[in-house]
Ligand binder design. Structure first.
Ligand code: SOE
Length: 382
């Protein structure tokens, strides 16, 4: 097995998650090509050297331009903050590499369009890491919908709730600055819900939204009692909510917030169809709640399926039934499908085009907030 050399740009939270995925993948799944961890890249030399050592990369670069040119790198994986995605992805595509990029693909719809065009021109494999599609329970929900077992889908109800910035003294990190992150809760976590909605229900035709920034000014990173407390403005939303109409007639609600006290990472959805319902909550990610209208009336009710049987998506590669998996496995599954895509010569969904559709919904929500009323995702770039 020749394998494919991976070059990873970025080494913080997502860098750790993706590195772990490349290490674990060939140990549990039979993939060809198998990923070969070639080099990791970051601007701060001591930081990236330390990351290379601890995450298992044999070499490092401090300039992404050098990384994408390396002969031993066939796949470039971009896990840096959103404002850097465009330039790194364009360079990797220009160098003829396959690319996987963290979500959201870009900070604006225009950038996403440019990246989609470049990916098409390059003709290499492209993918975007909306990892929650790859939870076995989410895949089971998709299977039930595709098989018609929920009937006609009427409702999509998504909440993505976090609470990590509730303290007003929490610093003004890059995620809270529009020029670096694009948007706040909307793009960071609401994007996951939009991607799941697209995956499970279908295209969104119009939206109407609202956003709120509760804490408008925060201490700059590193400024404290000793250095002198300096503050800056929060330029993104702390919370966002919107209504949506789907192309197939279903209706949806979305809520994304970083101010839901006690909800650390509650990425949840419920889908109601004419024949039944499913409900998922990432904090209980091995389970799918399922309800069928046609069940006998005397035992009717939601059942909780433990999605760990060998026949469940991805589950057979791990442990015996009932031996649960976790957050990190969604990244291993993402890389598995990416390797399969490279082998087949077909980009695995969600592709750059899928991510562009997601970006178009985020963009429509932002326009709706600005002008009021319903707005349509602009898909002209596809
Ligand atoms: C922070 O809100 C974050 O790490 C997101 O950036 C991820 O996409 C999400 O999966 C978990 O939370």
């Amino acid at each position: 097995m020749a394998g494919i050399g991976v070059g990873l740009v970025g080494y913080k939270f997502m860098g750790r998650a993706h590195s772990n995925a490349y290490r674990q993948l060939p140990r549990f799944f039979d993939v060809d090509p198998a990923p070969r961890m070639a080099a990791i890249c970051g601007r701060d030399e001591s930081g990236v050297r330390e990351a290379a050592d601890s995450l298992g990369w044999p070499s490092y670069e401090t300039d992404y331009r050098r990384l994408v040119e390396r002969d031993d790198v066939g796949l470039v994986d971009v896990v840096t903050p959103g404002y850097t995605h465009r330039e790194i992805v364009l360079a990797a595509l220009e160098a003829g590499k396959h690319v996987i990029c963290e979500k959201p693909l870009a900070n604006t719809l225009a950038e996403a369009g440019e990246m989609l065009d470049a990916a098409r021109a390059a003709g290499t494999i492209n993918a975007v890491c909306f990892n929650y599609r790859r939870a076995p329970a989410v895949q089971l929900a998709k299977k039930l919908i595709d098989e018609g077992r929920l009937g006609t889908i009427r409702h999509w109800r998504a909440t993505y709730l976090q609470d990590f910035i509730m303290d007003p003294e929490f610093p003004l990190i890059w995620r809270l600055r529009k020029e670096l992150a694009g948007s706040g809760a909307l793009g960071d976590i609401g994007a996951h819900s939009v991607d799941l909605a697209h995956f499970l229900v279908g295209g969104i035709s119009e939206v109407t939204g609202m956003t709120q920034t509760f804490v408008k000014e925060r201490p700059l990173e590193g400024s404290d009692g000793e250095t002198g407390r300096v503050t800056g403005w929060v330029t993104v939303d702390d919370a966002a909510a919107f209504l949506a109409r789907f192309e197939n007639g279903a209706v949806g609600t979305f809520e994304a917030t970083r101010f839901a006290a006690g909800r650390r990472n509650k990425n949840a959805f419920e889908i109601n169809g004419s024949k039944g319902s499913v409900a998922f909550d990432l904090e209980r990610m091995n389970e799918l709640e399922v309800f069928f209208v046609d069940d006998d009336a005397d035992v009717q009710g939601f059942r909780t399926v433990n999605v760990t049987e060998p026949g469940h998506p991805y589950a057979g590669a791990w442990w015996p039934p009932g031996h649960i998996i976790g957050y990190e496995h969604t990244f291993v599954h993402t890389m598995k499908d990416l390797m399969d895509g490279i082998r087949a010569g077909e980009s695995p969904a969600p592709t750059f085009e899928d991510a562009y559709r997601c970006q178009a919904v985020l963009d429509a929500v932002e326009r709706s907030v600005e002008v009021g009323g319903w707005t349509k995702p602009e898909l002209g770039g596809i």
